[in-house]
Design a protein around this ligand. Sequence first.
Ligand SMILES: Cc1ncc(COP(=O)(O)O)c(C=O)c1O
Length: 389
Amino acid sequence: MKKPKDFIRSEVEKTPPSGIRKYFDMLHGMDDVISLGVGEPDFTTPWQIRESAIHALEKGRTHYTSNNGILQLREALSLMLHQKYNLNYDPKDQIIITVGASEAIDIAIRSIAGCGDEVIIPQPCFVAYKGCVNFTGAKAVPLQLSEDNCFKLTVDQLEKCITDKTKAIILAYPNNPTGAVMTKEELAPIADYLSKKDIMVISDEIYAELTYGMKHTSFAEFENMHDKVIYVNGFSKAYSMTGWRLGYVCAHRDIISQMIKIHQYAIMCAPSFVQYAAIDALKQCDGDVINMRNEYDARRRYIYNGLKNIGIDCFEPKGAFYVFPNIRKTGLTSEQFCDRLLMEHKVLVVPGTAFSDAGEGFFRATYASSLENIKEALKRIERFMKTLK
Ligand SMILES: Cc1ncc(COP(=O)(O)O)c(C=O)c1O
């Protein structure tokens, strides 16, 4: 007779769990640890949004919504996307409200990729992409980004990875874990090149609101690519709403009309009262987003300069809320560095290898943590670095 594990599909079994999990398990039973590990805002969701959810609950808005999400929210998103990023998505049939950007990424990949297809994933990258591609039976093709080029993607790199099986590429700027951004001028040649290929782009722009000193350019803005981009975003990062689980995906109506079936059968709809609160987030919370962004920016500069003063090489991040320092000089692997920093000096950061093999020699620290925590973490990191000399 078969054992329960014999029923598991090999694509699922072969996919390892997220490399970040081990570090949270190690935290158990440890006191006085400073965590720069979790990739989520440390701010509580702005009060207006919480109040709006409470009102929605009081009014009994506790039922299923339309599968695509409530029209009022889709209309507010369509307007915001047009005003901020010059994107044009029809609220009626080009937007699906999802359970976080995570679901949006999953249904985007599932709707276009399957056995025999290849999906290019520039790395280091967010932990979920490879797993989501593996689960469909498609092949995840790694594209190694280089620190020397500030972790930006080039046409040359892309050209080397494309085969006649390439179905899609996942683009993610501003980037987790590197904090890299790409400007309009830098993205334009990629758009030009891809516009002549039969390849879809899944553009994960969850950190669009968190750029420092420059305006975000959406990959969907390029006229020649608009119909070939599946645009992913969500409320987790900009509005500090990670636990609310709300995201959205926008695309050509021929894609959305198919993608909605996966969402319909797997999820039904995103939570109703959360969707109502999100309307107020979009309409009333621009000021909160700006305040949080300014605070991240101050912390970003502090941690970046602090690491450099300690003698750690660090590429200057211009987006999201992560630094991705290079620790090759220490002679330790990413994992050895992070294990020892946690066990000997009680600072939690994540090894670059959690974000693919391309992350070896780096660690990721988030500055979505108080300045006080960051200051103390830097002191401890300095002490640790002295023991390595
Ligand atoms: C690049 C990137 N995309 C998507 C997500 C998932 O976001 P959500 O909370 O909306 O599912 C994250 C979360 O860390 C992320 O870093």
